[in-house]
Design a protein. Structure first.
Length: 442
């Protein structure tokens, strides 16, 4: 049966040359687990495409509806939370795999002549993936998205000469707003995917032309030669399966976050970028004032220049680690720095003041009683009564309690209703009012 089917298709499609072209590639030194990361990266890209297409069915790229459409996906749509979880964790998975893939290529010196072109295309693919991460982060249009993107975009604004015009192009106007969201959506779902598909094809085309580099041990490479099919394919498949199970598990047990809707007037929100930008975010903190360009322009340019021209910097033919000590030490130092900065950043972020339970309960009371019908906090709500954004700096605890019990006793002609709150609600609401300051207390 299988034979018959094969023959039927083979007669019409001439399958043999395809098999030779796709699967019979000889791998010097034989199949190995260290070669699986490229395939897993490619798998993650496909996963992002598929989950992304399903998310696009419900997602609406407008500032009025973006947040609500994501909430709808998370709460109403069948498997919505799972699909968004796959997309969310898949992005991280893709980053990790690209990192490991690049590390492997680096350790093996696989970018050396004659594979410089494959490396160059790979570096561009890496940059495109970062752009995917950055543009995708804004799309839910929640507080995290808004403020992290604000920080990211402002970096562009500090560039000398081109900064301001570039800033305007990226934002599509004066502010981060409706136009920006549209731009990022188009970038994320149309421009970048096509570009990536094109360059991945080129990357693989070059791979088929020059062949894989194999181990640095020449004797071993010459002695053992194994075709891509079936052993390497099987190893890649196992890697892909494990990677998928991890991401699926994360999607089930740790749903992708969605914070409050973006509020451009609430400047107290602490920006938290995606983890793969954290080390850079942290790095920027060490360069302020006139030194800012070092962080925003000089160091990134240096990094990408070195990355691009690595095959020409590390040009000795010998690929063994012993003859490449300088680059190993350099790479090791760089990675140490990256992970140290990530650790510092995570420590800083997790020690940010969090709202106490009574403040959170008070916030809930505020919403329940619809105080926003008369009051405004950071731009949200009506301006009938006084703006309460920083009211905690103006009044004392006793004053609030007295005022809530009987507004007219303090402000004789007050229009504010007396709510007759229970003791607990009264104190929670007061704690919430007291927390409304420029700096949040711990
Ligand atoms: C019907 C509209 C209305 C509603 C609803 C309302 N307020 Fe007021 N509120 C006012 C007005 C008008 C004032 C100004 C007069 C005064 O201070 O009593 C005021 C004053 C205040 C003040 C004092 C501000 C200052 O600067 O002195 C606080 C605090 C306050 N409101 C909190 C609340 C909270 C919390 C709620 C919900 C439980 C609420 N208000 C509901 C109209 C309202």
């Amino acid at each position: 049966m299988k034979k018959m089917l094969y023959r039927w298709f083979d007669e019409r499609l001439k399958l043999r040359p395809i098999k030779i072209a796709l699967l019979d590639e000889a791998i010097p030194g034989g199949a190995s687990w260290v070669y699986i990361f490229g395939s897993i990266t490619l798998f993650f890209f496909l996963l992002q495409m598929i989950t992304g297409m399903f998310l696009a069915i419900y997602y609406s790229p407008s500032i009025e509806h973006a947040h609500e459409s994501i909430r709808y996906i998370m709460e109403e749509v069948e498997f919505g939370s799972f699909v968004r979880g796959l997309h969310h964790w898949g992005a991280s998975g893709m980053m990790v795999m690209i990192g490991l893939h690049m590390l492997q290529v680096f350790l093996y010196g696989a970018y050396k002549r004659p594979r410089e072109l494959m490396w160059l295309v790979g570096v561009v693919l890496f940059i495109i993936t970062l752009a995917f991460g950055f543009s995708g982060y804004l799309l839910p249009w929640d507080q995290r998205a808004y403020w992290a993107t604000q920080v990211g975009i402002n970096i562009v604004g500090t560039l000398p000469l081109v900064g301001t015009s570039l800033l305007r192009i990226i934002r599509g106007g004066q502010d981060l707003g409706a136009m920006t969201l549209n731009r990022f959506f188009a970038l994320h779902t149309l421009f970048l995917p096509w570009l990536l598909i094109l360059l991945v094809t080129l990357h693989l085309f070059i791979l088929r032309r020059v062949g894989p580099a194999g181990p640095w041990d020449k004797a071993r490479a010459a002695r053992i030669r194994e075709p891509f099919w079936p052993k390497q394919v099987a190893m890649d498949a196992v890697g892909i399966l494990i990677a998928f199970m991890i991401v699926a598990g994360l999607a089930v047990w740790f749903p992708a976050p969605l914070s409050d809707p973006a509020n451009p007037t609430d400047t107290t929100f602490n920006p938290i970028p995606e983890w793969f930008f954290l080390f850079y975010y942290q790095l920027l903190k060490y360069f302020s004032g006139p030194w800012e360009v070092v962080g925003t322009l000089i160091l990134p340019s240096l990094f990408f220049l070195i990355l691009f021209f690595l095959p020409w910097l590390d040009r000795r033919k010998d690929r063994r680690p012993i003859s490449r000590r300088f680059f190993f030490v350099g790479g090791g130092l760089f990675l140490t720095m990256v992970f140290t900065l990530i650790a510092i950043s995570i420590r800083d972020i997790s020690s940010l003041p969090t709202l106490s339970p009574s403040v959170l309960r008070g916030k809930a009371v505020y919403h329940e009683l619809d105080c926003a019908a008369c009051h405004r906090i950071h731009g949200a709500g009506e301006a009938f009564g006084p703006d309460l954004s920083y009211i905690g700096e103006l009044r004392s605890r006793d004053w609030f309690i007295q005022h809530f019990k009987d507004p007219q006793s303090l402000v004789p002609d007050s229009m504010m209703p007396a709510y007759g709150l229970e003791e607990q609600a009264l104190h929670d609401l007061t704690d919430y009012m007291l927390s409304l300051k420029h700096e949040i207390d711990r």
